[in-house]
Design a protein around this ligand. Structure first.
Ligand SMILES: NC(=O)C1=CN([C@@H]2O[C@H](COP(=O)(O)OP(=O)(O)OC[C@H]3O[C@@H](n4cnc5c(N)ncnc54)[C@H](OP(=O)(O)O)[C@@H]3O)[C@@H](O)[C@H]2O)C=CC1
Ligand SMILES: CC(=O)N[C@@H](CCC(=O)OP(=O)(O)O)C(=O)O
Length: 341
C-alpha cells in the first residue's frame, strides 16, 4: 500500500512514520505538509531518521488521492477539519488523529474546542473507533483521544456488566508532556515542569464529551463523570485512576473476572490479576494495562489503566485502526514489546 502522512514533523506524526516504515503491508510512505523544508532542514527536524532520504511534498488533497491508498492526519484540531472534507466527499480512506470528527454533536465541539464544528453531514460520515472494541463503520476513522482511550478501556467493562451507579464515576487522569505536542508553552519548560505537577483544563477538557458520547453507547442512561487531567513530569504515558460505586457489594475476584472475561480475546489489553501497572510497563507499545481493587470499607471500585499516549493514545492505535479498515490481521506491525526500564 502507498500511505500519505500529513504532520510528520510533529510527535505523533514522527511516531506514525516509524510504525508505518515497519509495517509489512506498507510499500511507501509519502509525506505531505504545509511547508516543504530542504533536505538538510528536514534531516535536522527529523534527526532520528537522518539515514533515510526524506522529502515533504506540498499538501494537495488531489495529489494524495491520486498517489496514495490511504491518508493519516497527524495535524491539530481546527486544522484537520479544513483539510479533510475533500476526502470525506470522495469517500477516500482517512485515519484522523485529531479531535475534529470525534464528536457527533456540533454543540459539544463548539463548547469544548471553541471553534465552529465541521459540517454535520461530514461529522456523521466519520466513525469514532476505539480499535480494541469496534470495527470501522466508514472510510473516515476518527482515532480516539489519548485520555479518552485510557478512560474508556477502564470504564466500559463496568458499564457493560451494569456494575456501577451511573452517577458515581470519577476519573483522575495524568499525562506526560509529549501529550501536548511539540509546541513550547509555559508549563512545558523544563525548569517549570521538572519535579512539578499541575491540574489543567479542570471540568473543561475536550475529552469529557468524547468519553460521555462513547459511554452512552454502552449505557444510554449514563449522563456525566467527574474528570480531571494533571500534567506530570514524564515524557510519555497516561495513567487514568478511576473510582466508582458498585450497585451492590462485590468481591475483588468478581471485579477481576468481569474485566478478564470482557478482554479475554483482546490481545492488546492486559488485565492484571494482582497489583497495578506502571507507565513504563506499556511504554513504546500498543498495550493497555489495567489493575483493579474493591475496597469493602468505602464501598468503592478503583481501576488504574495505563497507556503510552503517543502509541496506544495516538499512533499505534491509528495503525490498529488501519489494520481493521484494510482487513489486515489486527497485530500486523504492532508486535513491539514495551521498553520498561
Ligand atoms: N501528542 C499526543 O499524545 C496526542 C496527540 N493527538 C492529536 O494528534 C494530532 C497531532 O498531535 P501532535 O503530534 O502531538 O502535534 P505536534 O504539535 O507535535 O505536531 C503537529 C503537526 O501538524 C502540522 N501542522 C500544524 N498546522 C498545520 C497546517 N495548517 N497544515 C498542515 N500541517 C500542519 C505540524 O507541522 P509544522 O512542523 O509545519 O508545524 C506538525 O507536523 C493533534 O490533533 C493532537 O490533538 C491525539 C492523541 C495523543
Ligand atoms: C498533556 C496534554 O496537553 N495533552 C493533551 C491531550 C492530547 C490529545 O489526545 O488530545 P486531542 O483530543 O487534542 O487529540 C490535552 O490535554 O489537550
Amino acid at each position: 500500500m502507498k500511505i500519505a502522512l500529513v504532520g510528520v514533523t510533529g510527535y505523533t506524526g514522527a511516531t506514525l512514520f516509524k510504525l508505518l516504515k515497519q509495517h509489512p503491508e506498507v510499500d511507501e510512505v509519502r509525506l505531505y505538509g504545509r511547508s516543504t523544508p530542504s533536505d538538510d532542514e528536514l534531516a535536522a527536524l527529523l534527526s532520528g531518521f537522518r539515514h533515510l532520504s526524506l522529502h515533504i511534498h506540498e499538501y494537495s488533497s488531489v495529489n494524495i488521492m491520486q498517489e496514495c491508498d490511504l491518508v493519516f492526519f497527524a495535524t491539530p484540531a481546527k486544522v484537520t477539519s479544513q483539510l479533510a472534507l475533500d476526502f470525506i466527499q470522495a469517500d477516500f480512506p482517512v485515519i484522523d488523529l485529531s479531535g475534529d470528527f470525534r464528536l457527533k454533536d456540533s454543540a459539544d465541539y463548539e463548547r469544548y474546542y471553541q471553534a465552529p464544528a465541521a459540517p454535520s453531514q461530514a461529522l456523521q460520515a466519520a466513525s469514532y473507533n476505539l480499535a480494541d472494541l469496534k470495527k470501522p463503520q466508514s472510510n473516515y476513522i476518527a482515532n480516539p483521544g489519548c485520555y479518552a482511550t485510557a478512560t474508556l478501556l477502564a470504564t466500559i467493562p463496568l458499564l457493560a456488566a451494569d456494575l456501577i451507579d451511573l452517577d458515581s464515576l470519577i476519573v483522575d487522569a495524568k499525562s506526560g508532556l509529549s501529550g501536548a505536542g511539540k509546541k513550547l508553552t509555559t508549563s512545558s519548560h523544563y525548569a517549570y515542569i521538572n519535579e512539578n505537577s499541575l491540574p489543567y483544563k479542570v471540568n473543561q477538557h475536550q475529552h469529557i464529551p468524547e468519553i460521555i458520547q462513547e459511554l452512552q453507547t454502552w449505557q444510554p442512561a449514563f449522563k456525566t463523570l467527574q474528570f480531571t487531567t494533571t500534567l506530570i513530569p514524564v515524557t510519555r504515558g497516561i495513567m487514568a485512576s478511576v473510582y466508582a460505586k458498585p450497585k451492590k457489594p462485590l468481591s475483588q475476584a468478581e471485579l477481576y473476572q468481569t474485566f478478564a472475561d470482557f478482554y479475554q480475546d483482546k490481545p492488546f489489553v492486559r488485565v492484571l490479576k494482582d497489583g497495578f501497572p506502571s507507565l513504563k510497563e506499556v511504554a513504546y507499545s500498543n498495550y493497555t494495562d489495567i489493575g483493579l481493587a474493591y475496597d469493602e470499607a468505602s464501598h468503592t471500585i478503583f481501576i488504574c489503566s495505563v497507556i503510552d499516549n503517543l502509541m496506544k493514545g495516538a499512533s499505534s492505535q491509528a495503525i490498529q485502526n488501519m489494520n481493521l479498515l484494510c482487513g489486515f490481521p489486527l497485530e500486523t506491525g504492532l508486535t513491539a514489546l514495551p521498553t520498561f526500564f
